[in-house]
Ligand binder design. Structure first.
Ligand code: PRP
Length: 178
């Protein structure tokens, strides 16, 4: 499938406007709490995390984590495994998990449960996109950029078969097999 001409769903301007708003809201909510630990979920969240973190006005510490879905054949089973852990201890820290997209909810659900076992002061979640009608497991997204439908989206960190991550906008594409 050629993804070089996706249909623009969210322009760069719309995305950055929303990132500005989220940064203001998060900075306000955490103003009295001291440092926040931003945990970006690789790979998709790398651009969102970069833009969000630069707009916060509170002290922040940046970490990354990577997970993968277990598949049966090429079908996701819903089970998630840790591929790369954060480097620092999050004990007694205020953690904000930063995701590019919540789809079935399995990844975020796994991460919230796993990070909570490490005795952080709090765990909240921030996602740029949420496919709310696809959700298998209920997860609470405390800071949400946009709710979207069941489309395959690329750009601003999100990929289709590793293509399209660097588009400045978010576009929808139609995979060949659908
Ligand atoms: C995407 C996205 C989330 C996850 C959400 O990652 O970045 O981490 O899927 O899906 P879920 O809600 O159904 O669990 P992906 O597996 O595409 O990896 P990538 O970020 O490295 O591209």
């Amino acid at each position: 499938m050629a993804i070089d001409t996706p249909k623009v769903m969210l322009s760069e301007e719309q995305i950055l406007q929303r990132v500005d708003e989220l940064a203001v809201e998060i900075s306000k909510d955490y103003a009295e709490k001291g440092e926040i630990v931003l945990v970006g979920v690789l790979k998709g969240a790398f651009i969102f995390l970069a833009d969000l973190s630069r707009r916060l006005t509170i002290p922040r510490h940046i970490e990354f984590i990577a997970v993968a879905s277990y598949e049966h054949g090429s079908v996701p089973t819903g089970a998630v495994r840790l591929v790369m852990d954060v480097r620092a201890s999050i004990e007694d820290k205020h953690v904000l998990i930063v995701e590019d997209i919540v789809d079935t909810g399995h990844t975020l659900h796994y991460l919230i449960d796993m990070l909570k076992t490490r005795n952080p002061a709090s765990v909240r979640t921030c996602a740029l996109l949420h496919k709310e009608h696809n959700t298998d497991v209920e997860v609470n997204v405390d800071y949400l950029g946009f709710s979207i439908g069941d489309e395959w989206v690329v750009g601003y960190g999100l990929d289709y078969a590793e293509q399209g991550r660097s588009f400045p906008y978010i576009g929808s594409v139609q995979p060949d097999d659908q």
